[in-house]
Ligand binder design. Structure first.
Ligand SMILES: [Zn+2]
Length: 113
């Protein structure tokens, strides 16, 4: 019967649509995860002994100045910046070669780009 075949075809089509939506959802979930997890990892790292030690050393290396505008900064009032943005390079979240210290102004300006 044509009607039965028609129903089966419609059912298959509907199943495919559901599969497709599910895939899209999973894709979005992965994107959200990738966006937030490195940020959390980085925030956590900053609080660790290793993270704090890195910042002190880097601060000395930069001669107590902002890497971008070269203005003198305080260790406490400065920000750790990702040279290659975290959103595009989540694998470099806590790679010291990708980190620099900026003054608050430069960091915020950079973030707006
Ligand atoms: Zn600066």
């Amino acid at each position: 019967m044509a009607t039965f075949e028609h129903l089966v075809r419609e059912l298959l089509k509907a199943t495919k649509r559901v599969d497709h939506s599910l895939q899209q959802l999973q894709h979005k979930a992965t994107q959200v995860q990738q966006k937030y997890e490195p940020r959390i990892e980085f925030e956590r790292w900053k609080q660790t002994l290793g993270g704090r030690k890195w910042k002190r050393q880097q601060y000395k290396q930069q001669d107590g100045r902002c890497q971008m505008c070269q203005r003198p900064i305080t260790l406490k009032g400065s920000h750790i910046d990702h040279i290659k943005p975290l959103s595009r390079y989540p694998n470099l979240a806590i790679t010291s070669e990708n980190l620099q210290i900026l003054c608050v102004d430069c960091n915020l300006r950079k973030g707006k780009k």
